[in-house]
Design a protein around this ligand. Structure first.
Ligand code: HEC
Length: 405
């Protein structure tokens, strides 16, 4: 029965990863959707496959939506035929393990990574959700071993753990009780905070300079990979009236600024020619994208893209267009490469001190447009000159030939 066992495993993982668990329990009661224990007594295997793939076809066949009173309609899950078959067979074969308790428990330990000790007396909040709606909050305090536990939890909810340590918020992400499980165990790491940026480095910076086809503006995108290599949370430096963490220069003329940190608008401040993040920076990596457009007014114009950190690997990509743009600083040789059928100049440097990338809008388009304007006139003169010379020379030659005869 090896094959059936493997089908069971992958059916279960589809049930979990295919997001069915967000809305269904098996044998634990109603959730967003009906309990699916014994669902094979209500539907044929084929109809269950249709539920898993595309409930709309059942709705239109039965001319009823929703089919079960008191529930919303089920959204299409777009599973492949074979995944839908596997998850259906999993539902048909499922039997609840013996000895499962009536309610669930979420427990774990709060560990302070900086002090390498369990965090005692830490307030831990458990938020329960019904679908996307927040339902209830449960509170606990960690014991001398950092341990916390929430019991008597309903199956038909999803849960999230949240805590504040030294003013920094930690959130677990949503959890549900998986089929056949009545416990969730998780460890919550917390860190001490620091205002010093000594462990912060910019590992790589990729800058894409992309002039539009009209040559009216360039779009600049900077992709930063930062690392906090310490075991503390960088919570920032005090500037005038604010506490800020990472800083990003933006040119004065920049318009249409987009910043990946501004998902939460309160997390970002713009002051003069700089953007500041207020978000705490936990140990590990952090990727930040910054984009803006610079209007261009003239040929020969210079613009600079600043960076306030030393950069491990710097790469600048400039799209090749009529409006030739060249990077002047920091000095590196350009290599021509193709990305998605577009030509780019690529400049690569390593261990670059804080500074800026200075680019110059060069004259190629100007040369080309002036050439096209003056070329006919120039050609006319060239032809005229050749014609006159030919006429004079030819006349001489013929006359001398005449004289030879
Ligand atoms: C966003 C929530 C949601 C997700 C995700 C979801 N379902 Fe449903 N499901 C529902 C709701 C709500 C119903 C009841 C709809 C109705 O009666 O028309 C339902 C009904 C069903 C039924 C019929 C139950 C009955 O007793 O009539 C089956 C079978 C089913 N779902 C299987 C699945 C499978 C398999 C997955 C994962 C691939 C899945 N569902 C994912 C919400 C969901």
């Amino acid at each position: 029965m090896v094959s059936s066992a493997t089908a069971q495993v992958s059916g279960e993982s589809i049930f979990i990863e295919g997001k069915c668990v967000r809305c269904h329990t098996i044998g634990k009661g109603r959730f967003v959707g009906p309990d699916l224990l014994g669902v094979g007594e209500r539907y044929s295997r084929d109809d269950l496959i249709r539920w898993a793939k595309d409930p709309e076809s059942l709705y239109s066949e039965r001319k009823k939506k929703p089919i079960n009173e008191g529930y919303p309609p089920m959204p299409p899950m777009n599973l492949s035929e074979s995944d839908a078959q596997k998850v259906t067979d999993y539902l048909l074969e499922y039997t609840p393990p013996p000895g499962l308790s009536e309610s669930g428990t979420i427990m774990g330990q709060v560990r302070n990574i900086t002090t390498r000790k369990p965090q005692e007396g830490q307030d831990v909040v458990l938020v329960s959700y019904m679908g996307d709606r927040k339902e209830e909050r449960h509170f606990a305090k960690s014991d001398s071993l950092g341990g916390f536990s929430f019991s008597s939890l309903r199956w038909d909810r999803s849960y999230e753990i949240m805590l504040f340590h030294q003013g920094v918020q930690y959130v677990s992400g949503k959890m549900v009780f998986l089929p056949g499980k009545d416990e969730i165990t998780l460890d919550l790491p917390v860190y001490e905070t620091t205002s010093s940026d000594e462990n912060i480095s910019l590992l790589s910076l990729n800058v894409i300079i992309y002039p539009d086809d009209e040559g009216a503006k360039v779009n600049v995108t900077s992709l930063h990979a930062f690392e906090n290599s310490g075991d503390t949370v960088f919570t920032g430096e005090q500037t005038e009236s604010d506490t800020t963490t990472l800083v990003f220069p933006i040119p004065e003329k920049a318009v249409d600024v987009t910043f990946s940190e501004s998902v939460n608008p309160e997390a970002v401040v713009r002051k003069e020619e700089k953007l500041y993040s207020r978000l705490p920076f936990l140990p590990g990596m952090k990727r930040i994208a910054l984009g803006y457009s610079l209007p261009l007014s003239q040929i020969g114009e210079k613009f600079s893209i600043g960076f306030d950190y030393e950069v491990g690997d710097l790469a600048v990509f400039v799209r090749k267009t009529e409006l030739g743009i060249r990077v002047k600083q920091p000095g590196a040789a350009a290599e021509e490469i193709m990305i998605h059928n577009e030509a780019f100049l690529k400049y690569v440097l390593s261990d670059v001190k804080p500074g800026s990338i200075v680019a110059v809008v060069s004259n190629t388009s100007f040369l080309r447009s002036s050439l096209s304007r003056y070329l006919p006139v120039a050609l006319f003169f060239v032809f005229a000159a050749v014609g006159i010379m030919y006429f004079l020379y030819g006349k001489n030659r013929f006359s001398s030939m005449d004289s030879e005869k």
